[in-house]
Design a protein around this ligand. Structure first.
Ligand code: AMP
Ligand code: ZN
Length: 436
């Protein structure tokens, strides 16, 4: 196989060169971080500045940063450049109350875009491709991030966004789409809709898909590939590290290259926070080396992964991550949207008509995830009067949807009828098959 590189020099730097580059960038990132209120205090306390970072191991002296830190620093605690030099912001999907917000300078956007272009090009795409970006635009980074990367490669980009499969098929047929980007569950949904609506596979020219934003197994990848007769490439990113373009599969489809000239990756034991031996699973910790406006050092992603120990056949020197197998916290990912059970609790417990017990159920409905929120009603509500119950159900659904972005199904139950667990309340039933 011949492999194509977007930036051959950087993608194939020798390990010593790459590590020297990382060290220099880390010093710059630390200097930049010291310009933010948050790190001025945090690094100041730990006695860390760019002069104390002399070897790659010195990274480990920097304290970790957590999602809670980002929330506490809202809105400008992590901003390191004048507000007027910021050209865009993105926010982590599905968070209510205090979101985590990332700011970008113009140079930040350009750097991010070139990492996404590198990912796309590395799968074999080029300017002859037509790219339908079937993922959410807006505050979520997946839409605009891939959009810009696709244009950078020179592809014709169709900003279709997700949903409305009939329209998606029309676009594919009308413009000869060859590449799509979506969540794996949406790709499976597209396939079943294609059969349902009698759209023949031969009427579309699809060759590849980029699939990410939520965990999925190797079996799911194979299934999508066989059903749609395309190559599927795993795409990993998170808003705290810009969004997509952090780690991506090359044409070998054997793990995701993490772009080490943009990010330093560590894998630590989530309990001891010590590094795990190479090849063992632990929590991925990332340091952003390619963003000036919002520097983030040693971010605990909560995502579980491990490093491949062998180099990749494609010749890239950047290490590869195994696909993400889960998270160390209770965050759910519903059709690509992040959701903490506490967000639901916050909303329903603030409503006086709602009783004390509730249950969050996540299931597969076809290929897509389906969220049901079961709540007990308050004691003074009669279950035999349908009108007020339906009104209450609709009210809960609307309030929830506005705050969690996902449209849930709401079920009302009589006061005291939902199961009460003896010990720690079990509020989430995730019924999705473990392998999917
Ligand atoms: P967001 O900040 O909204 O983009 O969400 C980022 C989170 O989505 C990550 O921390 C992961 O938990 C999840 N995620 C993104 N891409 C993947 C992927 N390819 N496989 C598994 N999980 C993913
Ligand atoms: Zn490779």
């Amino acid at each position: 196989m011949t492999y194509q590189y977007w930036n051959e020099k950087m993608e194939t730097l020798s390990r010593p060169e790459l590590e020297a580059y990382q060290l220099a960038q880390l010093k710059t990132a630390v200097d930049q971080a010291l310009r933010t209120p948050f790190y001025r205090e945090r690094l100041g306390k730990a006695g860390i500045n760019s002069d104390t970072i002399k070897t790659p191991e010195d990274l480990r002296r920097i304290p970790f940063t957590t999602k809670q830190d980002l929330r506490d620093g809202f809105p400008y605690g992590f901003l390191s450049i004048p507000r007027e030099d910021v050209v865009r912001l993105h926010a982590s999907s599905g968070t209510t109350g205090t979101p985590t917000t990332i700011y970008f300078s113009k140079d930040d956007i350009n750097r991010w875009t070139s990492f996404v272009a590198r990912c796309i090009y590395g799968t074999g795409c080029n300017k002859t491709d037509v790219f339908q970006n079937m993922i959410t635009y807006g505050l979520f980074t997946g839409g605009l991030g891939f959009h810009a990367g696709g244009e950078e490669v020179g592809m014709l980009v169709i900003p279709s966004g997700p949903g409305n499969t009939t329209r998606q098929f029309r676009l594919m047929q009308d413009f000869g789409t060859t590449v799509v980007h979506a969540t794996p569950s949406f790709l499976l949904h597209v396939e079943s809709k294609m059969r349902e609506e009698g759209v023949s596979r031969d009427s579309v020219k699809l060759k590849r898909a980029f699939a990410g934003a939520e965990p999925y197994s190797e079996d799911t990848r194979r299934r999508i590939e066989e059903l749609l007769r395309i190559d599927v490439f795993n795409s990993y990113g998170l808003s705290e590290m810009n969004g997509p373009g952090v780690a991506f599969e090359c044409q070998c489809k054997q793990g995701l290259h993490i772009w080490e000239d943009g990010y330093i990756a560590e894998i630590v034991n989530p309990d001891t926070l010590e590094p795990v031996p190479d090849g063992e699973t632990g929590e991925l910790v990332l340091t952003c080396l390619c963003r000036e406006a919002t520097p983030i050092l040693r971010y605990r992603t909560r995502d579980l992964s491990s490093f491949y120990t062998e180099p990749c056949a494609c010749g890239r020197t950047h290490r590869r991550l195994h696909r993400i197998t889960g998270r160390t916290d209770d965050m759910l990912i519903i059709n690509g949207v992040n959701l903490f059970p506490s967000q639901i609790e916050e909303v329903i417990m603030s409503m006086k008509e709602v009783g004390n017990n509730y249950l969050i159920v996540v299931e597969k409905e076809g290929a897509l995830d389906r969220l049901t929120v079961k709540t007990e009603v308050g004691q003074d509500i009669f279950m035999d009067d349908a009108r007020p119950l339906n009104a209450l159900k609709e009210k809960i659904r609307k309030i929830l949807q506005a705050s969690i972005i996902i449209n849930p199904r709401v079920e009302l139950h009589e006061s005291g009828s939902l199961p009460v667990s003896e010990g720690k309340a079990k509020r989430v039933q995730d019924m999705r098959p473990k392998d999917a």
